[in-house]
Design a protein around this ligand. Structure first.
Ligand code: RUB
Length: 311
């Protein structure tokens, strides 16, 4: 797929989920570099720069996209020839995609250990990392009762039900507003993340923070499954995470509400660190308070410099 096709598919949510968005963007940059026909290094840098910007503009909230693009382009400034630039972009993209898939796998195994036989577990939206932990626990022989929220307005919960069913789990679907009613019967909540801020706050699908609040009230452990490239170096420098607002037609179609009705459609929200018991990453289970440390150690100086250099 071309950069334009991938950016369009991300915008339309045909490609969705923070990790998948990042991997697809990395793949698009790899193909762009591979297909470059020119002979000038400057021209290639320029065209990759435009491709990077187009991909970054496709969805604003998930830092995985920015981190992924950054990982692919990290050697672009130092490359000395078209060939070197092409090789570095293609290799970095392949490395990022592999690392990201391996991370989901490890998170599955680590997250599984946090779930016990007989647990009743709720998940929200459709996170491959969160589902990885639940499905791995099932493969490890634990009998889980799994509940999935519908996740209005896009109803990603239906995809979650399909994913769980394909893995041999018989899940139960609930409407989003049933989460607190159900909470008293649950043993764990497992969700994914689009962005984790340097203070440990987690940005994920709208409604996540309400579920976390209900879990906190009922003392039900709230676990976030997220690869380290979901942590945001930008937030270290005070940048607030932009919460994407999508078209009102996703909430109510024309004719369903009186003309002039104002509809708000924010698609992510922030869960404060106090409501999060554990973040499961590919480098281990960490508390939200470790977020700053992870950004510094795992993403490293290059990412931090780049995150700060725009201002
Ligand atoms: C998806 C969503 C997911 C995270 C993590 O929102 O909020 O929980 O992206 O997913 P949308 P993953 O459907 O709007 O993209 O673990 O697969 O990266």
């Amino acid at each position: 797929m071309s950069v334009e096709d991938v950016a369009g598919a991300i915008k339309r949510m045909e490609i969705r989920g923070a990790a998948e968005i990042a991997r697809s963007a990395a793949g698009a940059l790899r193909d762009e570099a591979g297909d470059f026909q020119g002979h000038s290094l400057e021209e290639m840098r320029h065209s990759l720069g435009l491709a990077r910007d187009e991909l970054l503009e496709s969805r604003p909230t998930a830092i995985s996209l920015w981190n992924g693009v950054q990982a692919v382009m990290k050697d672009a400034a130092s490359a000395k020839s078209v060939d070197e630039l092409r090789r570095s972009v293609m290799k970095n993209a392949d490395d990022f995609i592999k690392r990201s898939k391996d991370a989901v796998d490890i998170i599955g195994h680590v997250g599984s250990r946090r779930l016990r036989d007989g647990d009743k577990v709720l998940t929200h939206c459709n996170s491959k990392a969160a589902l990885g932990a639940i499905i791995q626990a099932h493969k490890d022989g634990k009998h889980l009762e799994v509940y999935a929220t519908e996740s209005r307005p896009w109803r990603q919960g239906l995809q979650t039900i399909k994913d769980l069913t394909a893995a041999g789990i018989k899940p139960t679907l609930i409407v989003d507003s049933a989460a607190r009613w159900l909470m008293k019967d649950l043993d764990a909540v497992v969700v994914g993340a689009d962005t984790i801020c340097s203070n440990g706050a987690v940005i994920n699908k709208i409604g996540t923070s309400q579920i976390a609040l209900a879990a906190h009230e009922a003392r039900v452990p709230f676990m976030v499954c997220a690869e380290t490239f979901k942590f945001s170096p930008k937030t270290m420098y005070g940048e607030l995470v932009e919460i994407e607002e999508r078209d009102s037609g996703e909430v109510a179609k024309a004719g369903e509400v009186p003309p002039g009705t104002r509809i708000l459609n924010p698609v992510f929200d922030a869960t404060p660190p106090e409501y999060i018991d554990a973040i499961v990453t590919e480098i281990g289970v960490v508390p939200p308070s470790a977020a700053y440390e992870i950004i510094v150690r795992q993403l490293g100086q290059e990412f931090i410099f780049e995150a700060n250099s725009k201002w």
